[in-house]
Ligand binder design. Structure first.
Ligand SMILES: C[S@@+](CC[C@H](N)C(=O)[O-])C[C@H]1O[C@@H](n2cnc3c(N)ncnc32)[C@H](O)[C@@H]1O
Length: 228
């Protein structure tokens, strides 16, 4: 599969307003979605936040029992996180080429990143390589609504209204349109689950959030002697 266009330059461009825009665009709901991760696992050991941005997802799980590493190719997103002084080790890099040894992490988490990856298959292979056997990968992602009314609302709100508001505040409406269409072009739930299956993750399940607008996918890397 050919690589998609690198989205890191776009995130560098919108980094300054990204977090505020996110809260505004989701009417604040995304904060509660992120906090929900605390009900899905007990953070301990080494944790990787893949596509960490400014660290908004990691900050909900940081505690004294874990070391959190955040990796992201957009240097300006990392810079904002560093200024906020979260207890997180920020690393500049891509999910497709993780600079870690095999079996380094007890958990890997990732929020709103998968639809922005250059190569989803290569990233999933890298995740499997650096995750310890039997441990969890947790992905939070938007999915385009299957309900016709919600789909229409999404098209108008994300595709037209938000880009218009963003433009009034001095941004480039095309940048926000990209975020909208990246959701539309992304896998549906069934196909995403199939993709995860082809990478031989075990026990793949998902949790629906707010009228199924977003979902947590939770899975484990199987143990060597239990695979196949
Ligand atoms: C929508 S933001 C989400 C940031 C953060 N996870 C959060 O929840 O706020 C998507 C992030 O994915 C990062 N990203 C884009 N391409 C990536 C890649 N190939 N590997 C890892 N991260 C990537 C972007 O730089 C951006 O920070």
């Amino acid at each position: 599969m050919r690589d998609k266009k690198d989205s890191a330059p776009l995130f560098n461009k919108i980094a300054k307003h990204y977090d505020t825009f996110n809260i505004f665009a989701s009417f604040g709901i995304e904060k509660s979605w992120r906090r929900r991760i605390k009900t899905l696992f007990i953070p301990k050991g080494n944790i990787l936040d893949l596509g960490c941005g400014s660290g908004q997802f990691s900050k909900t799980i940081i505690n004294d029992n874990c070391s959190v590493f955040g990796i992201d190719p957009a240097i300006k997103m990392l810079k904002i996180g560093k200024q906020r002084k979260y207890n997180l080790k920020f690393i500049n890099g891509y999910g497709e080429n993780l600079p870690f040894k095999d079996n380094s992490f007890d958990f890997i988490i990732s929020a709103f990143v998968f639809r922005n990856l250059k190569n989803i298959n290569r990233t999933l292979s890298e995740i499997k390589r650096v995750l310890k056997e039997g441990e969890k990968l947790i992905i939070l992602e938007f999915f385009w609504p299957e309900n016709h009314l919600l789909s229409l609302f999404f098209s108008i709100y994300l595709g037209h209204l938000l880009p218009f508001i963003y433009k009034i505040f001095g941004g480039n409406s095309q940048d926000i349109k990209y975020l909208c269409f990246s959701i539309k072009k992304f896998y549906n739930v069934k196909n995403f689950k199939s993709l995860l299956k082809t990478h031989e993750f075990d026990n793949i399940r998902y949790l629906n959030l707010s009228f199924n607008l977003a979902r947590y996918f939770i899975m484990e890397k199987g143990k060597e002697n239990e695979q196949n």
